[in-house]
Design a binder for this molecule. Structure first.
Ligand code: ADP
Length: 395
């Protein structure tokens, strides 16, 4: 069956058409600058890529054009061939603990969490509504970034702040990248043929998070109330001392919103190196001797290593460490640097095994106390698989 996996942002819409159970990507593409001037779309199919510039006033227009192109390009012969649409939804609060069939009522419940993810949730909902209109008889499924993390216990998800902040305002750790961590846990657990693994899953891309998983359940994760927390990222600071905000507000005259924006968009690798948020650029600058780039690389690897060590303790000793996403899958330099910083756990990198990118592979030595694997993530596939499962259940 063909399933569409969709990720709708405020001005973009990414899609992947996947054939299941074969797991083949039939076509994929991106609609960009929706509602902004210069809008366009690209569709990849059969080894070819088309790009067209059109006026995309809103998500509904993008979806209508997508449906027309899927047929015109011969990717499908009728819209009925799309048997389900799975949507990446960022925030499901504490309420959505797994993927769900989306109806108008369910969307109203999801909208309650818009305040917690103001940039993402309203856009996700807009995307779903556009597909509901275009494919009214097709099952629409919501797959939440937060859902996998809802197994965390109070002692992990609460902040040591006045309790009523949690009770009245929902301030707690929610965690993100859940779909990726769930996919990684599923892949590595199937590989080991075990469902009781203790996994430290490191999703290190432009955004990044580390998750401690025991027997398929999240024990703790590094992102928090928002994706700003945890490890240092491309442009996000990760964990900081919150008092610097009021101090900086006084010093700079910036508002809390502006400072929070700086922490999200101007910090991390970019902020420290002054070079770029892309680890490839920072690596290159570091190789050329740029001291701030070297410092940024060092800090980046240290923050990740520290979380791994902390989660190893929390899990009472991990069975496996996995690395994924843009940096984890592709940067042998960063992988080596991280693993060298957890030497106290008896973890050792094998340089020959580590010399590759983008595949499922063991990169630690045979005598490493904890094996380390690179496991490419595939959130779209996970979304499509959840959608197929719910479709089969609801038939
Ligand atoms: P996200 O989904 O969070 O936007 P990705 O997982 O796609 O991010 O990761 C993107 C990041 O991966 C880039 O910013 C870059 O830093 C890093 N990256 C991608 N390819 C490489 C590579 N070959 N070497 C080093 N880093 C890479």
């Amino acid at each position: 069956m063909k399933i569409l996996a969709v990720n709708a942002g405020s001005s973009s819409l990414k899609f992947t058409l996947i054939e299941l159970p074969e797991k083949n990507v039939v076509a994929s593409g991106l609609f960009e600058k929706i509602g902004i001037s210069g809008s366009c779309y690209t569709i990849k199919y059969n080894g070819e890529k088309i790009k067209k510039e059109v006026n995309l006033v809103d998500h509904s227009v993008a979806v209508r054009i997508l449906m027309e192109e899927l047929i015109n390009m011969g990717i499908i012969s009728s819209l009925d061939e799309i048997e389900g649409v799975g949507h990446r939804m960022v925030h499901g609060g504490q309420e959505f603990t797994e993927s769900v069939v989306l109806t108008e009522d369910v969307l109203d419940r999801v909208a309650k969490y818009n305040e917690l993810a103001p940039l993402h949730n309203p856009a996700n909902i807009m995307g779903v509504k556009a597909f509901m209109k275009a494919l009214p008889n097709t099952i629409q499924v919501g797959v939440f970034d937060t859902a996998f993390h809802t197994t965390m216990k109070e002692a992990e998800y609460l902040y040591p702040v006045p309790y009523e902040w949690y009770e009245k305002y929902g301030v707690r750790k929610y965690g993100f990248h859940g779909t990726s961590h769930r996919f990684i846990n599923k892949t590595i657990s199937e590989y080991f043929g075990r469902n009781d693994l203790k996994v430290i899953s490191c999703h290190i891309g432009n955004g990044g998070s580390i998750t401690a998983i025991d027997s398929g359940k999240v024990v703790d994760t590094s992102m928090g109330f928002t994706p700003l927390a945890g490890i240092m990222m491309g442009t996000r600071s990760g964990d900081i001392d919150a008092s610097m905000l009021s101090y900086l507000a006084g010093k700079t005259g910036k508002s809390l919103e502006e400072l929070t924006n700086d922490l999200n968009k101007k910090s991390g690798l970019l902020g420290v190196s002054g070079v770029s948020s892309d680890s490839r650029d920072v690596e290159m600058a570091a190789d050329e001797g740029n001291e701030r780039a070297i410092l940024a690389q060092e800090m980046y690897a240290k923050k990740i290593a520290n979380y791994i060590a902390m989660y190893n303790n929390l899990l009472g000793g991990a069975d496996v460490i996995t690395l994924t996403a843009g940096v984890g899958e592709n940067s042998k330099t960063m992988r080596k640097s991280i693993i060298e910083k957890i030497a106290s756990l008896g973890v050792k990198i094998d340089d020959e095994r580590n010399d590759f990118r983008g595949e499922f592979r063991l990169i630690s030595t045979d005598d490493s106390k904890i094996p380390v694997y690179v496991v490419p993530t595939d959130e779209e596939l996970m979304i499509a698989m959840d959608t197929m499962e719910l479709k089969n259940k609801n038939n």
